[in-house]
Design a protein around this ligand. Structure first.
Ligand code: A2P
Length: 276
């Protein structure tokens, strides 16, 4: 049985599946290729990678191995900080395409707002205008970064991908992003690799009430907030479980209870202090 995943329309008319497979910390090689293949066979149509994850080759391999045509897959990759600082946007993009074994990506993101991101954005917009990318966006942009970007008067970003999970909901930023007509995507949506979020008893109680897992509850919480969610797993059974989230609904009270788990503490870097 394959699942049909709802799509959200970006501000340029392109649609993005609201649930995708993230591959941060999925090891390059067979682990990534088989996770991507398993995801596509289960019904995923959205894969999110980045140059710095070091697995673009294997993402491409997984897509080719699957029975799903490339044009049916929404593929995201990201421009790394060193390439932004060195003004190597176009070269970095072409190298990503080469590793992925494709001639376009669906979404190209500035990974972090490091020095030089404004020039990088102009070059990304050129790639968009040349139809090498179907949409351009940013990641880890706070409100003030978005304001500076919008003031450039150039193409608006389609997406801002930011850290968000029940323990760091980032809700004010996400609400602001969405108020600008920009789609918010959540990274580390399950609290990240090695995180303790999924063993929280509050999630376990809600999960029991619905006969699902804590991971499914958290994914459902993101979806009901209108956020695009890209959980990572290297296990085919979990990959399948993580899209089996359209047969139940969290009540307003359950959503509020999960919202109340917010600690305000990030697991990742503060975008205003990027030293990598
Ligand atoms: P694994 O890859 O071993 O399955 P995030 O998406 O926030 O980065 O979180 C990914 C973490 O959550 C990984 O450690 C992943 O482990 C784990 N994970 C993913 N899906 C599930 C699931 N359905 N149940 C339990 N753990 C999961």
């Amino acid at each position: 049985m394959t699942v049909t995943i709802p799509r959200i329309t970006l501000n340029n008319g392109v649609t993005i599946p609201q649930l995708g497979l993230g591959v941060f910390q999925t090891p390059d090689g067979e682990a990534t290729a088989s996770a991507v293949d398993a995801a596509l066979e289960a019904g995923y149509r959205h894969i999110d990678t980045a140059m710095i994850y070091g697995n673009e080759d294997s993402v491409g391999e997984g897509i080719r191995r699957s029975s799903v045509p490339r044009r049916e897959v929404f593929l995201t990759t990201k421009l790394w900080n060193a390439d932004i600082r060195a003004h190597r946007t176009r070269e970095a993009f072409l190298a990503s395409l080469d590793r992925l074994g494709t001639d376009y990506v669906d979404l190209y993101l500035i990974h972090w707002p490091v020095d030089g991101w404004q020039q990088a954005w102009e070059e990304m917009v050129r790639l968009y205008e040349e139809h090498s990318v179907r949409a351009v966006g940013v990641s880890n942009f706070k409100r003030h970064h978005l304001e500076e970007l919008m003031a450039l008067g150039s193409t608006a970003p389609a997406v801002d991908q930011v850290e968000s999970s029940p323990s760091f909901s980032n809700r004010r930023l996400i609400d602001h992003v969405r108020s600008l007509g920009i789609v918010a995507e959540a990274w580390s949506p399950l609290g990240g690799t090695g995180g303790m979020l999924l063993s929280d008893p509050r999630l376990a109680a809600i999960a029991r009430a619905h006969g699902v897992s804590p991971a499914q509850v958290v994914i459902r919480w993101h979806l009901q907030h209108g956020v695009v969610v890209i959980p990572k797993s290297v296990h085919a059974d979990r990959i399948r479980q993580n899209i089996d989230v359209f047969g139940f609904e969290l009540s307003d009270g359950e959503m509020a209870a999960i919202d109340a788990m917010d600690t305000g503490v990030r697991t990742g870097a503060d975008p205003d202090h990027v030293d990598f």
